[in-house]
Write a protein that binds this ligand. Structure first.
Ligand code: NDP
Ligand code: MG
Length: 380
């Protein structure tokens, strides 16, 4: 029997992290074991996760740890954990731009990167894919739409694929009258109809910035032109993505909305193994699809605009959205201000190419400063 897959779980206390630990437990210790765990400030959650994996190395990136078993601290500590733990697969479930450097460290260590952190691809997709090619390793998407495309892409090959269709639930405000968007509260925006996820991505699902980030992620992961990536609203979240092959046929990936399926597949790749989650019975199911309304989801069009503008604008799109969502959550920006902040930041000048990780981080910092300024000019 082959040795178990050694897995590092970054962001172990989050939505992706906890589901990763469930998927690993379901695979069983003969198939997968956890060698490293990280959290940002939730030390208790980190130690609770470590109970099942007493030999795993631990990192707490955003607070000083009280427990001596947590040996790595700070953002550098998280990178060190990845470098040192000897994982075969690194599952990156860190939230936000902070996920970029750990992704790079994973690839540089030669590990396979099971990537939930979409910001990695949005900010530095070409650099990261180049690095993976150089190191002879792979980036396996965990984001459900990209995992679906990936499975179909592997079967058909890039040359046989004409377009990708990512589905979007439409979020919690899909049917809310547009005239009432001015009064949307944080509590309303952090409820998702189909998925249970972290707060940032849930708000991004309501605005469709999440789908905007995913369009950029798909362009970088699959090396496809932006105009060949389409989005359809599909309220049931059963069809996660489709590919149209060159004969005009559409192929869909269909399952219950359960992240443990793409997580397991990314861990065991290239093997496809029996899975305890996500099996869907289609009898009686209703599956609907429609075009997203531009007025409801301005952040989707802004993502295509960022793609047309270039790599720097994609970094700016992500950074501006992170700042704007944070401001919305803290009560200093209205819901409708999120798109206005991103639009204002994208109107600045951004480099068409980002050739190094330092340039990525510089564009990220500049966009955050511009976004904070834009927030100040919009009143609640
Ligand atoms: P959560 O907010 O639930 O969890 C985030 C995790 O990252 C936590 O473990 C948190 O630690 C840690 N973390 C937060 N900030 C930092 C930081 N600055 N540096 C290092 N670690 C940090 O997020 P999700 O699990 O929902 O999302 C994680 C990523 O996966 C995002 O990029 C998201 O877009 C993507 N994704 C998520 C999906 C989902 O279903 N949830 C689906 C597809 C993609 P602590 O608990 O200590 O704060
Ligand atoms: Mg997704």
């Amino acid at each position: 029997m082959p040795a178990p897959i050694r897995v590092a779980v970054l962001g172990a206390t989050g939505s992706i992290g906890t589901q990763t630990l469930e998927a690993i437990a379901a695979l069983g210790p003969d198939r997968a074991v956890v060698v490293a765990l990280s959290a940002h400030s939730d030390e208790e959650g980190l130690l609770a996760a470590a109970r099942a994996w007493p030999v795993a190395e631990l990192a707490l990136s955003g607070a000083s740890a009280r427990d001596p078993r947590v040996v790595h601290g700070g953002a550098e500590g998280l990178v060190r954990l990845v470098e040192r733990c000897g994982a075969d697969v690194v599952v990156n479930g860190v939230a936000g731009a902070a996920g970029l450097m750990p992704s790079l460290a994973a690839i540089r260590s030669g590990a396979r990167l099971a990537l939930a952190n979409k910001e990695t691809m949005v900010m530095a997709g070409s650099l990261v894919m180049d690095e993976a090619r150089r190191r002879g390793t792979r980036v396996i998407p965990v984001d459900s739409e990209h995992a679906a495309v990936f499975a179909l892409h592997e079967r058909f090959g890039a040359d046989s694929i004409e377009e990708l269709v990512l589905t979007a639930s439409g979020g919690v405000f899909r049917d809310r009258p547009l005239g009432s968007f001015g009064s949307i509260t944080v509590a309303e925006a952090t409820r998702h109809p189909n998925w249970s996820m972290g707060a940032k991505i849930t708000i991004d699902s309501a605005t469709m910035a999440n789908k905007g980030l995913e369009v950029i992620e798909a362009v970088r992961l699959f090396g496809i032109a932006p105009e060949r990536v389409k989005v359809l609203v599909h309220p049931q979240s059963r069809v996660h993505a489709l590919v149209r092959t060159t004969d005009g046929t559409l192929y869909a990936q269909v399952s219950e909305p359960d992240m443990r399926v793409p997580i397991q597949n990314a861990i065991t790749w290239p093997a496809l193994e029996p899975c305890a989650f996500g099996r869907l019975d289609l009898a009686g199911a209703r599956l609907e699809f429609s075009e997203p309304e531009a007025a409801r989801y301005p952040l989707l069009d802004l993502a295509y605009e960022a793609l047309r503008s270039g790599e720097g604008a994609c970094v700016a799109y992500n950074a501006a959205d992170e700042v704007a969502v944070e401001a919305f959550r803290s009560g200093t920006l209205p819901y409708l201000g999120i798109a206005r902040v991103v639009e204002a930041v994208l109107a600045g000048r951004w480099p068409a190419r980002v050739a190094t990780f330092d340039e990525v981080l510089a564009a990220d910092a500049a966009a955050r400063a511009a976004a904070r300024n834009a927030v100040k000019g919009i009143h609640v």
